[in-house]
Design a protein around this ligand. Structure first.
Ligand SMILES: Nc1ncnc2c1ncn2[C@@H]1O[C@H](COP(=O)(O)OP(=O)(O)OP(=O)(O)O)[C@@H](O)[C@H]1O
Length: 262
């Protein structure tokens, strides 16, 4: 049965909107009062180890339930149980560590995820072919996952995340293990995806953010430190800070300023 939620047009100004969001990781409050608004585009999520990036991603993907505050995805409050199922079919998520069946082929695995996201059966073969092609794995489509390198597996992870053409795409450290050539191709893919989806990419590579993102989100201790365009991050770094590039210096300056003000 088609629900009201599925029929409702998606005219939400903010595909992702949080207000004083709190999310626990185990017993630790890893996201602690986060206010964030993300529109269509590519948003680079930066922050030191333990800043709460993975925990935030888990909440946005609806696998972790917030313990406080508000989280709206595509205009729906995630605490609305009825909205969750149709909402999930419009999300794409690459977890930091993604589980897979080693005996599945690349094609079988991506097909399986397309089925889980409730894609129309007739659309699946073409969508899978396209997703596998976009991550440069067409010639390995029939290889078993257990036979792939770490970087190739990461690319399978990206393929499964984009197969349903998600309106909100969450990628947790997608470039780990990719070789330099693949990273450059991945940035092109990100820019394409960000033309009509809201893409949030967590990474430690500030250079990736500058090259591929339209917006930077910097978090520390579960809170928003700064949000702005990459050019402003780079400009800040031209005035000093620690790092090998202007963007890295901008990142370290923002963090240092935030910590000294706290
Ligand atoms: N299962 C858990 N139990 C207790 N604390 C946890 C658990 N998972 C994460 N944490 C803690 O929550 C905080 C945020 O962790 P999270 O993995 O979200 O950060 P992160 O920004 O993704 O870090 P990294 O850059 O290292 O991946 C850290 O202090 C971490 O130690």
């Amino acid at each position: 049965m088609v629900t009201d939620t599925e029929l409702r047009p998606s005219t939400t100004a903010w595909p992702v909107e949080t207000e004083q969001l709190r999310v626990k990781a185990g017993r630790h409050l890893a996201v602690d009062g986060l206010d964030l608004r993300l529109g269509v585009g590519v948003h680079g999520l930066l922050g030191p180890n333990g800043a709460g990036k993975t925990t935030l991603m888990r909440a946005l993907s609806t696998v972790e339930r917030p313990s406080g505050g508000r989280l709206r995805l595509l205009g729906e409050d995630v605490t609305n149980g009825r909205a969750l199922r149709p909402l999930r079919s419009r999300l794409g998520y690459l977890p930091q560590h993604f589980g897979f069946y080693p005996r599945f082929t690349v094609r079988e695995y991506v097909e399986y995820v397309a089925w889980l996201r409730e894609m129309p059966r007739a659309d699946i073969p073409e969508a899978v072919q396209r997703a596998v092609e976009r991550v440069g794995l067409t010639d390995r489509a029939d290889s078993r996952l257990k036979a792939l390198s770490g970087g190739m597996l990461r690319r399978v992870g990206i393929a499964q995340a984009i197969v349903n053409g998600p309106a909100v795409l969450l990628l947790d450290e997608p470039t780990v293990g990719l070789d330099p050539e693949q990273r450059v191709e991945f940035r092109t893919l990100l820019r394409e995806l960000g033309q009509d989806s809201c893409v949030l990419v967590s990474t430690h590579l500030v250079e990736d953010v500058v090259a591929a993102c339209s917006d930077v989100v910097l978090v520390d201790k579960g809170r928003l430190v700064w949000q702005g365009v990459p050019a402003d991050l780079t400009r800040l770094g031209e005035q000093g800070g620690v790092g090998d590039s202007a963007a890295e210096r901008g990142y370290s300056t923002l963090l240092a300023n935030h910590r000294s003000a706290a």
